[in-house]
Write a protein that binds this ligand. Structure first.
Ligand code: ATP
Ligand code: MG
Length: 455
């Protein structure tokens, strides 16, 4: 029996207008149709839903016919994507799923009623439906709907609990990705995972590798770029999922540690200017450092980090384990190379400092330096501001190019790069303040040998 008394308010938005138009049309031809899952959960928590999913008794064929601007997205699963005012809305037929022999996908799907459809969903807070009254929607007003709760989701929302629907051991054995989803929702919403659900995750953690690395990496990226990355990773450690996620048996040093670097990064992100890229690679690097090093030993061992992570641990292993994009991988390696270099900041020449500041990896790396060695990071920031204000700036256009060397009569050779690098260093540290000065220097120091005489 469903609890029929609670109500929920959906804030006005173009998505809501589009989704309610679809719902009303389905209802008008006699079908049951509800808002389902995440949008009901979020609206009850007063978080504006990012999209609206619809669950209905209408079969996919009926949905396709009723909405000409639509296409199947998972025909065998009964999902149709309907375009309403150009907004894509997923309309899924109530379904039962069973026989997950691969821990990923159901072998069998059968169309059913709302109650059974709620039961195949992952967590009670995700198993709620909302029934909207069938009348004209005022698109500027919130929409009030009745909550339909077959799975005690309202109680768990109130007590801030993530609880698997049904027997948690069975539910995680059906689909191992649900283990990461549980953690993602717990961290994002600040909820606690009910102990039977948490125990079932611990029991199934070692099987995570049976699902695709793209799905694992996708969930991790969601967690690390979400609102509470440190909470997510802390749960991952507690529930023994860190090794399976990274596909690495290296014993975590920090099973009960509050993850100092990640915590620091999360706090910085909260306080920082929006233009600092606290993106996936920075948080990923933060987690790897937290997992493999104690903070106390980190600063002296900074130079060893890159060697350790890039060679012994094999960064390529992380890339495969998380199915990282080329861009994420490049930035991650850039960070891990730059981080130990920053340790020597005060001994660098001005040109060396400017070259570091101009590195595309510097903005991704500085937040980590703040987390590990705050005094060092603060002095780097001060120097960076001063250097940005000197007449040459941090990355001026070079005064000299290869063309100038050729004009002077030099023939292209590997020596070219060295000469141009030296010239650029002199420009960065203000020894050359104009192109003419740079050309004079070039003539004085690199005049080509006179042509060999032919007799
Ligand atoms: P988000 O805000 O992250 O999108 P969501 O709850 O909308 O959260 P989706 O992945 O969009 O999550 O899935 C929509 C709904 O489908 C969920 O609320 C849940 O009811 C159901 N669902 C999604 N993935 C699974 C799964 N692996 N097992 C069971 N049910 C699932
Ligand atoms: Mg969703």
């Amino acid at each position: 029996m469903a609890n029929q008394h609670a109500q929920v308010q959906f804030p006005p938005s173009p998505q809501l207008t589009a989704a309610s138009a679809i719902l009303c049309k389905l209802q008008s031809i006699g079908h049951t149709a509800y808002f389902a899952g995440g949008c009901v959960r979020d609206a009850l928590l007063q978080i504006p839903p990012k999209d609206y999913d619809i669950a209905t008794s209408a079969t996919p064929d009926i949905v396709r016919k009723l909405f000409p601007k639509s296409r199947y997205v998972g025909e065998s699963f009964g999902v149709v994507l309907v375009y309403q005012s150009r907004i894509p809305i997923e309309v899924a037929t109530f379904r039962l799923e069973w026989g997950y022999t691969d821990g990923r996908r159901p072998d069998n799907v059968q169309f059913t009623d709302a109650e059974h459809d709620a039961a195949r969903r992952d967590f009670t807070i995700n198993g709620l439906f909302a029934d909207i009254p069938n009348h004209e929607l005022d698109e500027h007003q919130p929409l009030t709907a009745n909550v339909i709760d077959f799975v005690q989701g309202l109680t768990d929302l109130q007590s801030k609990t993530i609880r698997a629907i049904g027997d948690p051991q069975e539910r995680f054995a059906e689909d191992y990705l649900r283990m990461l989803r549980a953690i993602r929702f717990a961290a994002r919403l600040g909820f606690t995972i009910a102990s039977p659900t948490a125990n079932a995750i611990r029991n199934h953690a070692k099987y995570l590798g049976q699902i695709s690395r793209e799905r694992i990496g996708g969930e991790l990226q969601n967690m690390l770029t979400g609102s509470n990355p440190h909470d997510a990773i802390f749960l991952i450690h507690q529930l023994k999922l860190d090794g399976p996620i990274l596909n690495n048996d290296h014993q975590s040093l920090l099973e009960h540690d509050p993850l100092p670097i990640l915590t620091h990064l999360s706090n910085q992100r909260l306080d920082s200017e929006p233009n600092i890229p606290f993106a996936y690679p920075t948080f990923l690097a933060g987690w790897l450092l937290d997992r493999f090093f104690h903070k106390t030993s980190l600063v002296p061992s900074l130079p060893h980090i890159t060697t350790f992570l890039c060679e012994h641990f094999r960064i390529t292993g992380i890339r495969k384990a998380l199915s990282l994009s080329n861009e994420t991988q490049t930035i991650l390696v850039g960070i891990l190379n730059l981080l130990p270099q920053l340790n020597g900041w005060s001994s660098f020449t001005i040109a060396e400092q400017k070259r570091i500041l101009a590195s595309p990896y510097f903005p991704h790396t500085l937040p980590l330096t703040y987390a590990i060695a705050p005094n060092l990071a603060a002095s780097i920031s001060t120097d960076a501001d001063n250097l940005a204000n000197d007449p040459a700036g941090i990355s001026p256009t070079p005064f000299l190019t290869g063309e100038d060397l050729i004009t002077l009569g030099l023939s292209p050779s590997p020596q070219f790069k060295k000469i141009l690098d030296t010239a650029y260093d002199l420009q960065l540290d203000l020894s050359h303040t104009s192109r003419d000065a740079a050309l004079d220097w070039l003539r004085q120091n690199h005049t080509p040998p006179p042509p060999a005489s032919s007799d």
